[in-house]
Design a protein around this ligand. Sequence first.
Ligand SMILES: Cc1cc2nc3c(=O)[nH]c(=O)nc-3n(C[C@H](O)[C@H](O)[C@H](O)COP(=O)(O)OP(=O)(O)OC[C@H]3O[C@@H](n4cnc5c(N)ncnc54)[C@H](O)[C@@H]3O)c2cc1C
Length: 440
Amino acid sequence: MSDYDTIVVGGGISGLLSALTLAKKGNSILLLEKTDALGGNCRTYEPLDFPGWRVDTGVHAITELLYGPLNQLKQYFDPGKFPIFRRHNDYYIRKKYGLEKFPSTLPSFLKMDALPAKDRLMLAGDLLNTLISRAIFGVKEKAVYDVISKHEFSRKTMQFVDALSYLLSGLSMKKTSVSRLLEGSGFSSCGKRGIIRRIMEMAKLFNNSGYRSQGYPLGGIQSITDGVIGSFPKNVEYHTRQEVLKIEQDEKGFCVSTPEVDYFSDRVVYSGEVKRLPAIIEMPVKWSRQVKELEQATAMTVWLGLKEPMPEFNYNGSEVFFDVCDTDKEVFYWLMPVPELSPRNKSLIGVSTIIDPKNCHDSKEKLLNTIYSLVPALEKNTEMIHTQIMAPEKAAVSLNYFPSIKTPVNGLYVVGTDTDMRSMGITRAGYSVLELLKHY
Ligand SMILES: Cc1cc2nc3c(=O)[nH]c(=O)nc-3n(C[C@H](O)[C@H](O)[C@H](O)COP(=O)(O)OP(=O)(O)OC[C@H]3O[C@@H](n4cnc5c(N)ncnc54)[C@H](O)[C@@H]3O)c2cc1C
């Protein structure tokens, strides 16, 4: 006899949403999380050395709030538990003299003066060509670099496209697929669509409103995690500090083992890194080899606590800067002010960039020097610096293989940001849970 209908391994947002939705459908659930807190990369916490300040696990804006997966999963939250989102307004490009609005439509891109006019025209041509051929012939996957390298673009334009690729996939333009760039920037949606729908989608080039349905949860990113935990019905049991080291299957079901206890269930939903699953349960060799190839990006986020709010960061949205760093590598930075997490009358900004984890000893200094050189008054106004190094997603969307929710082992499912390619981060985790529900 199994103890539970389903055991969920991992208590990040994908594991938590799996537990919530399956429990509300009547399944008895056990969730096991190896660290001492639920939420994974979806948390807000007080840095130990800076009491009074709070920071998120990375700089966050949640995508597709109007029609995306969180909206569809809202029905599983208890009344009043679903977070309230403030709108995340515009994206900007920071330059030496201030901010320029980041274009979200083709006409605004053609007017953007950060890039040479000739390059803008050719890039717009590439965009149109790609969308038209996708609409008519469907998706033929290519790297962004392979599409644009036939032109002789300026270094600045190449940096811009690379920065956009890093922002949307966590990988360079040589590894980022064109689909990722188009879907991430809202010009095309994932999934199977007929030719008429695909052609109609091209209207987004002129009015990209879906791209704008983004928000930031009031109370920090933790409010999403708290909303899920607060909605757990009685048939969810969860334990922290319980790492699952082994899973075995026999004809009666699964045995899920932590160092102290063996638990039994009919099904297992695994929400840790898929590429680590073959070390926990025996999987077919081909599948294990495929998931081992999944690439992961590493991000560094530096949170700066400001003694007082600054006019330079008095906007609702976020900014990128990509052509201002003193390195020869194309690097992008993404910055977002999050005033609601700071103590009263102070302010907070978070800056993230992609780093090479094997060679990042001076990344923090470079990041700080870059932002201080752009906004010199910032250095003297900073009283708190807190650094995080994390993987934004368990697998970056590249040209590689991506696993699906159903594994080759009957009754064993995988969810999270390495199991669904749509959108980003928490929205992507949400899509994977909606996919899981189709199997229950
Ligand atoms: C800098 C940065 C910026 C970001 N910006 C955004 C953004 O703007 N918008 C957005 O939507 N998202 C963003 N994200 C990403 C988002 O936070 C994550 O993708 C999402 O939270 C991942 O959820 P998950 O459940 O798939 O994985 P995780 O959060 O990694 O959860 C997995 C959990 O499983 C646990 N676990 C693993 N193995 C075991 C085991 N064997 N036994 C028990 N427990 C186990 C882990 O401890 C962890 O708690 C950002 C992230 C970063 C770092």
